[in-house]
Design a protein around this ligand. Sequence first.
Ligand SMILES: Cc1ncc(COP(=O)(O)O)c(C=O)c1O
Length: 387
Amino acid sequence: MKGFSTRSVHDGDLSLRYEGAINTPIFQSSTFAFPTDDPRTWNGEVPEGTYIYSRNANPTVKAVEDKLASLEGGEEALAFSSGMGAIATTLLSFLGKGDNIVSMQDLYGGTYNLLKNEMPRLGIEVKFVPTTSPAELCAAIDKRTKVVYLESPTNPMLKLIDIKETCRLAHKKGCKVLIDNTFATPILQRPLSLGADVVLHSATKYLNGHSDVIAGFAVGSKADMALVHPRRKLFGAIMDPLPAYLVGRGMKTLDLRVRRHDANAMAVAEFLESHPKVTKCLYPGLRSHPDHELAKAQMDGFGGMVSFEVKGGRKAAEKAIKRFEVISMAASLGGVESLASMPVNTSHTAFSKEERKKLGIGDGMIRLSVGIENVEDLCQDLDRALR
Ligand SMILES: Cc1ncc(COP(=O)(O)O)c(C=O)c1O
């Protein structure tokens, strides 16, 4: 099999089919002429490879789906208008009234909100288990559990769960394992190869990488995606052609970008860990991180996210963020530019103070998405602001 960079650049590319264009064309068309000379058209059938309507499928979208499927090692990928669109549509494809989900408690705030507040309204129970132990998590599975839901590394605590062991235990009990791989990307972690059934992404983040698109993906077997595809069409959650082009373009440099994010984050984490104004620094690449050994075994790098607690709590953290010059305060992550946010007033507002405390998210925590800038400039910015 070809390497990641080669597949990132070339796979899914439709260029050879269209006038020799090196880049995949943007098929900015809601509808496509029926092939009137194909008798199946008149029987209401859609011949394989034929496009009818872009809420169902579109060639530019298909190109980026094939690129991601190749990188994740999945049979099929489906592209969505957002990460939340991918997560909600996939969950609703696997679950119905009376079923339940066993989920880690450490989740992106939007996902937590969806599971905690929306699923119960549809008669789907959610059992949050505050652990990253596969055995403890899977002990919560009962006869009605259809899905085990994971994130690794988690947001913002950057905890890891042993994906292979969780999948082994969950599959023994007949459950599907869905995992959000947004933080790691397929460059650093490929959950399907560890046994996961479906990988989910907010492509808004590293996959696109330039903070100019909202997008998402689900990747898995053809059989599982055959459940998700009709729901994506009915819920109207497919990615548009222009974002699909942009995400595909972003993904061509995914390997390069992720390696630089990773190297910069390691240097920033080491710098922060020894900084006098920092009480705690969380990064899976640090030897002090509780999941460092698992990260080395399960991932091909440690990622671009670093979380740290500022001495002096919330006020001191707010003061520091206001002084950043290179780093911007913004809620997202995974773009080329460094961004800082405080979980207490951004990603984790759906959690109560007690819930945040249980997860270890202090009021003075800053989550850094370390960009690809020169790392000396980032450390200088942090140092000046903290002091
Ligand atoms: C880990 C993770 N999953 C999912 C999402 C949701 O993605 P989107 O904002 O593209 O809907 C986010 C967004 O921040 C995220 O960080």
